[in-house]
Ligand binder design. Structure first.
Ligand code: C2O
Ligand code: CU
Ligand code: CU
Length: 429
């Protein structure tokens, strides 16, 4: 914390080498290290400033995914950091406590920059992180789980696979940059902050022994109550906070079983719909420290009301475009009036899956094909998987931060699709 009370972070992007497989050196990019970046953490209400140095040979950007902040600080395709240059955005944390992340957003190159290793977690903490009995000791019982699938060449370098339409699907899972990972668990309960930081793969996380766990939070904050379940599905960019209970000596494996992609079987199979992958083994110690019980209710989520909406916009995803348009750096597609509530109705008109992500805001899901959302989609979200043919009606409030000259983005978060132009821009005025 600087003398003026601002919490300061420094990120330096550079190329390096990482040993994922013993004895094999892979060329990678990272922040403050050879692969991925440090976990940043700030408290609600805190002013923050990040110094980002770009030591790569190419321009990049750093976007704060899920963060409510002024458009100029967003780190989208317009906030380019040239090689050798520094960018120092600052803002005040003004949203619900949750798990966010940061990653580059250079137009047309996002997949490459993220695949090379530029990504990290950004945790927003409440003033009382132990509330509701939630495990909250970072690295002890509160664990970042950044999940990525990678494809390696025979020479051990990253490459992209070309199976299917969603983008590159790798056959090797990395958690926090480690292949075949395990976690030593020393407490009865552990909270996993699971982030799908993959370019294209959707995971359906479940334990090999079928045990249930509590889904406590999604992209933008806690649910109203823990949701007891055996599985949680995350498409690229989505997060889930889960609390898992273990007994001494147990070794359950978190794995991804065949996800429900909503595509015809043959198409799903080409897009990872039949894949099972081990993600993370938990190794419980022979004696475990007791954990507090989890509250059975958290806090009510104030519901945005459709009758307050000033506007309903439609977004049709087809032909790797949105509303028949590809992302153009100098075209603002939608202009939103500040301090209004809007409904965004999103429909995927293609045969395979997409997702929809909106910058600046967290939204609530009103309906999915006219039905209320299931518990796992009933909290704050910034990214949602969109099944072929299905309409998702999302509601959001654009509180503040007007800027007629600097747009925010909305896009499919399958990074190859985003790079191909499946993205649009909006300003808040
Ligand atoms: Cu995670 Cu527009 O991005
Ligand atoms: Cu984002
Ligand atoms: Cu897509």
């Amino acid at each position: 914390v600087a003398s003026d009370g601002v919490r300061e972070f420094a990120l330096l992007a550079d190329e390096g080498a990482t040993e994922f497989k013993p004895g094999v050196s892979t060329t990678t990019w990272g922040f403050n290290g050879s692969y991925l970046g440090p976990t940043l953490a700030a408290t609600i209400g805190e002013p923050v400033r990040v110094r980002v140095d770009n030591e790569l040979a190419v321009p990049t950007t750093v976007h704060w995914h899920g963060m409510h902040l002024p458009a100029e600080m967003d780190g989208g395709p317009h906030q380019v950091i040239d090689p050798g240059r520094t960018w120092s955005p600052s803002w005040t944390i003004d949203q619900e406590p949750t798990t966010l992340w940061y990653h580059p957003h250079v137009h047309g190159e996002t997949e490459e920059h993220v695949e090379m290793g530029l990504a990290g977690m950004f945790i927003l903490e409440p003033p009382d992180p132990g509330r509701f009995g939630l495990p909250h000791r970072y690295g002890v019982d509160d664990i970042p789980v950044i999940v990525q699938d990678k494809q390696f060449t025979d020479a051990g370098q990253f490459t992209l696979s070309t199976r299917g339409f969603v983008g590159s699907l790798g056959d090797t899972v990395l958690v926090n940059g480690t292949a075949a990972p395990y976690l030593d668990v020393t407490t009865e309960r552990v909270k996993l902050r699971v982030l799908n930081a993959s370019s294209a793969r959707t995971y359906r996380f479940a334990f090999d022994d079928g045990r249930s766990f509590d889904l406590v939070g999604t992209d933008g904050g806690l649910l109203e109550a823990p949701h007891r379940t055996g599985e949680v599905q995350l498409s690229p960019g989505e997060r889930a906070e889960i609390v898992v209970q273990v007994e001494a000596g147990e070794r359950p494996v978190l794995r991804s079983t065949a996800p429900d992609l909503g595509m015809p079987d043959a198409i799903a199979e080409l897009n990872g719909g039949a894949d099972t992958l081990d993600v993370l083994q938990l190794r419980a110690a022979s004696a475990l420290e007791p954990s507090e019980p989890l509250a059975d209710r958290f806090a009510d989520i104030p519901r945005l009301d459709e009758s307050d909406a000033a506007e309903e916009r439609h977004f049709e995803m087809d032909g790797l475009q949105i509303n028949g348009q590809s992302m153009q750096m100098h075209t603002v597609n939608e202009i939103v009036e500040v301090d209004t509530v809007e409904v965004w109705a999103v429909r995927n008109r293609m045969q395979f899956g997409h997702s929809f992500h909106v910058h600046d805001v967290q939204f609530q899901v009103l309906t999915i094909d006219g039905e209320p959302p299931p518990p796992e989609l009933a909290g704050w979200k910034d990214t949602i998987y969109t099944r072929p043919g299905v309409q998702y009606r999302l509601i959001m409030r654009f509180e503040d931060y007007t800027d007629p000259d600097t747009p925010y983005m909305y896009h499919c978060h399958f990074l190859a699709h985003e790079d191909a132009g499946m993205m649009g821009q909006f300003t808040v005025v």
